[in-house]
Each structure stands twice: as C-alpha cells, then as structure tokens.
Design a protein around this ligand. Sequence first.
Ligand code: HEC
Length: 107
Amino acid sequence: MHQHLRRFRLLLAAAISSFGMSSALAADADHGADLAKRWCASCHVVATGQTQASADVPSFASVARRPDFSPERLAFFLLDPHPKMPNFPLSRTEAGDIAAYIGSLRR
Ligand code: HEC
C-alpha cells in the first residue's frame, strides 16, 4: 500500500513535468467520449442515459465529482490501471482524451 502510494507520487511528479497542463488542455474530450464508450461502458456508466453497467463500479460522473479529481491525475491512473480493471492499450493521448471527457462531466 505504502509502496503503491509512493509510486503514484512519482507518476504524479512525472505528470507535472512531462505531461503537464498544456497537453491536458489540448486533449480532445469528444474523442475521449468515443473511447470511453468503446472501452469502458461494459463496466462503467460512461454517459448519462446509459442503462447498463456493473453494479459496484463507479460511474464516470461520480468519479468526476470527487473533490480530488483532476484530469492529469486521471490520465495517469489510466496509464497504470487499477488491478480490477483490464489492461488497456491506451496511449498517453488517449488517456488524456478520456480524462478530459470525464472532466467535462463535472459541470
Ligand atoms: C471489466 C470492468 C471494467 C472496465 C472495462 C473498466 N473499468 Fe474502471 N473500474 C472497474 C472497477 C471494478 C472499478 C472499481 C475499483 C475499486 O474501487 O476497487 C473501477 C474504477 C475506475 C475508476 C475509479 C478509480 C478510483 O479512484 O476509485 C476510474 C477512474 C476508472 N475505473 C476508469 C475506467 C476507464 C477510463 C475505463 C475505460 C478505458 C475503465 N475504467 C474500464 C472496472 C472496469
């Protein structure tokens, strides 16, 4: 657990220096929405109006509303997925796009 947190901080530091704000701002949320529907909708509620998903998986809208949410952090989470989630062949750009899409659900 501790180890995991440490690794996360390192990733976060790398995110700030190499990935940075600007590429997250340049991310394409519409493309992210397409990717999310293709890759994530079997488990997550990806968009409002979706009726089927797994019961114990957080919806993207609820992920976006968390107080500690940030697209940069999410993009890095997606590059190093949670063990319960299958491994996705997401590129940095794709992870950034999905994060931008989820960020857009905040409003
Ligand atoms: C096979 C089912 C499955 C698929 C497909 C899936 N997820 Fe998940 N995801 C889960 C589960 C289960 C959790 C909850 C993990 C937990 O809380 O232990 C989760 C949690 C998350 C979380 C929240 C992590 C947190 O901080 O609690 C995010 C963000 C997320 N998934 C994003 C995605 C994205 C983006 C995709 C598509 C690229 C995706 N997931 C595809 C099953 C899936």
